[in-house]
Design a protein around this ligand. Sequence first.
Ligand code: NAD
Length: 450
Amino acid sequence: MTDKYLSAVNSGFTKTLAKKLGLPRPAVLRRYRSGDPLVPGPVLVIGEPGSAADTTAVAQALLGWDLDVRQNANGAETRWGAIVVVLTGATSPADFSAPVLELGANLRQLAPGGRVVTVSRAPADDDTPLLAATRQGVDGFLRSLAKELRAGATANGIQLTDGAAPDCTSALATLRFFLSARSAFVDGQLLHVGPVASAEAPDWDRPLAGRVAVVTGAARGIGAAIARTLARDGATVVVVDVPAAGESLAKVANEIKGTALQLDVTADDAGARILEHARTRHGGLHILVHNAGILRDKLLANMSPDKWDAVIAVNLLSQLRINDYLLGASGFSEAPHIVSLASTSGIAGNRGQTNYGASKAGVIGHTRATARLLAPLGGSANAVAPGFIETDMTASIPLVQREMARRVSSLQQGGLPIDVAEAIAFLASPAAVGVNGQVLRVCGQSLVGA
Ligand code: NAD
């Protein structure tokens, strides 16, 4: 499905007309292409005075990626590819004023598709009121700033927990994801990052090399994009879908040199069949992506038992049953990562989607609990909550509603399946293991229920 308005306001005569009429002009987003630079220009690293050591550590890490890093704008005429603001040492809201105003003074020079990333400390249960106010303040600042940026630029934040250093592996993996074109449709989001580090040094180009991944609902849409992206990043991928989708499933498997497993995820033996296939065909199982999902929208007053039950069974109970089996049977190989598809409907609710909202909120709930079970295994469980993504599922939404859903985000457009897939590949990578039990929204900072 294509967004014709987005194409029209970005080309030829209609671009000029849209400019003259002052119509909203969603930008063509900067998406990942092999060989492109990580950021579209030099990176300015700004630090709050109490964060000087952490600011230097972040700047050093960026230099290690061969980026052009500046710690002082010095009135430069540069178009910044990214601006990173380190606020880890702040102990009072007053400490923000200088770095934030310095950031503001440089925003007009942020390149199209540029990035702002804050690095701060997450609020903790034993914070004093002053410290809690300081740390929570970053949240409101970041989300508001994201709504001010234009031309496909985004703002996202890293919140370090449990004393994690800003240059620990998982913080750097998260920083790299936010800076890169892989996070094109992630905007106004903050991720907690703990100090857990993966055993191996990260391979940033093929982060999933040597890993075996299973993706459910992979015959089309977001699932097929996830399978392609995990394979691009080095994983061997098993694609799973219902027998009725067997032909398209086989095409996806062939394209990515993976294998296909025809399976209804609601089957009692789904976990056993997934494990048996992954072990016998590929020697193990490291990554599980619960993507299979269905919609059966109805107002609750008109909801039939079959519509309610089908959505809960496919979107939620199947995930719980498969996870229970795999964890009970010690089915995962070392350092397992589970990523489950939630939805912004499971966070903000959506009219006509009580069943879907319940299932997706349930996914967020079980992810938090599953995260605690995977941490001792050196793994993680996270959820990704897409907003409006251009797929067959959303093509069935009536035109006016669909057009509204596209525009009411900070990026003024819907996302693409690849945007969700990139977020999942990041969360499934060994280097991101310190991100655990989180919900990452891939919604262009949807303004509905945000
Ligand atoms: P889609 O309908 O295009 O694809 C879903 C796939 O899941 C299909 O191939 C289908 O055959 C498969 N599937 C359904 N039931 C299954 C079962 N019982 N066993 C095995 N496979 C089954 O959907 P999509 O838009 O690609 O969505 C993928 C996921 O992302 C879903 O979980 C969905 O809820 C979620 N999501 C999508 C959007 C969006 O805007 N498209 C937004 C938020 C969340």
